[in-house]
Design a protein around this ligand. Structure first.
Ligand SMILES: Nc1ncnc2c1ncn2[C@@H]1O[C@H](COP(=O)(O)OP(=O)(O)OP(=O)(O)O)[C@@H](O)[C@H]1O
Ligand SMILES: [Mg+2]
Length: 295
């Protein structure tokens, strides 16, 4: 089984104009494996994973190009791909019981994600549950259609460390039991280290570096990835270690960036960087590296 994004490009049209949110992004993930998607806030992680499934920010229209396929076919939301949304409290309807929102077999699913007393949880309203419980209920809901792929958008961000561990345990266990392919969007290097087989680093709507987690975490090659990981003692990162902020800010995405989008913040940029967009070569999209290699 293979879940493949190919040339995904998303333009959003809010009232203020156009946002080039995602620009020619490709990746793939296999059954039982985890692809982590990382990058600063606003770089397009959520839009990239949800817009191709028809899930758009409220009130915003969009053009989506490229494809997201499961074994070559267009996946059905819920049945083939389950989604764990970024902000559980706002993803649940506050006026409906949790069980009704998780779906048929709610109690069984709530048990699957290791919620104690699933009957009681099913009868509860969202505000009666802790953040960690609600997060697990959302995972349960995403599994209702028995999908083969789970997209989890920042599933541990809002939780305290012990809850984070529990949620990650649940995800790992489900993955092992059900052979789920997992697309895991996260700001947390500890989560990447613990969960990811592969990592894709996004910047300004593009992938700047991708590859096996073991390689990428220990020998990042793109200046942006190096910046993100700079302050982290690689061998012993714990869950809860967030990527460091870099100086400066990513570009506005109201215009499509011509060259390398990171060039204005890049400590090693050369003239070529502003010119044309660097291709992703051996998992790294960087003119400086290509230049160094060709000499
Ligand atoms: N409702 C919206 N209206 C206008 N622009 C939006 C809207 N939602 C997202 N965008 C823009 O699309 C781009 C990608 O946003 P996205 O939410 O995918 O980022 P993200 O990487 O998931 O960020 P975060 O880490 O904060 O969740 C950003 O430039 C953002 O400003
Ligand atoms: Mg997001």
């Amino acid at each position: 089984m293979s879940f493949v994004a190919s040339g995904l490009t998303v333009r959003l049209y809010p009232a203020t104009g156009v946002v080039h949110a995602v620009d020619d992004v490709s990746w793939s993930v296999e059954a039982g494996k985890t692809l982590a998607i990382v990058g600063e806030s606003g770089c397009g992680k959520t839009v990239m994973s949800l817009a191709p499934l028809g899930l758009l920010p409220p009130g915003v229209s969009a053009d989506v190009e490229g494809s997201l396929t499961l074994d070559g076919a267009v996946p059905k939301l819920g049945r083939d791909v389950g989604v764990v949304f970024q902000d559980p409290p706002s993803a649940f309807n506050p006026l409906r019981r949790v069980g009704k929102q998780v779906g048929e077999r709610a109690v069984e699913l709530l048990e699957l994600v290791r919620l104690p007393d699933p009957e009681r949880v099913a009868r509860a309203y969202p505000h009666e549950l802790s953040g960690g419980m609600l997060q697990r209920a959302m995972i349960a809901g995403a599994l209702a259609g028995e999908p083969r792929v789970l997209i989890a958008d920042e599933p541990t961000t809002a939780l305290d460390p012990s809850m984070q561990d529990q949620v990650l345990d649940v995800l790992s266990e489900l993955q092992a039991r059900l052979g789920l392919a997992l697309v895991l969007i996260t700001h947390d290097i500890g989560v990447v280290k613990r969960m990811a087989d592969d990592v894709a680093v996004m910047y300004a709507g593009r992938i700047v570096e991708s590859g096996p987690a073991a390689r990428l975490l220990h020998a990042p090659e793109h200046p942006y990835t190096r910046g993100l990981l700079a302050a982290v003692p690689a061998p012993d990162v714990e869950p809860g270690t967030r990527f460091v902020g870099l100086d400066g800010a990513p570009p506005e995405l109201t215009e499509r960036v011509r060259g390398c989008a990171f060039a204005p913040r890049c400590p090693v940029a050369i003239d070529a960087c502003a010119g044309v967009r660097p291709e992703l070569i051996d998992g790294v999209s960087c003119h400086v590296r290509t230049h160094a290699r060709s000499r």
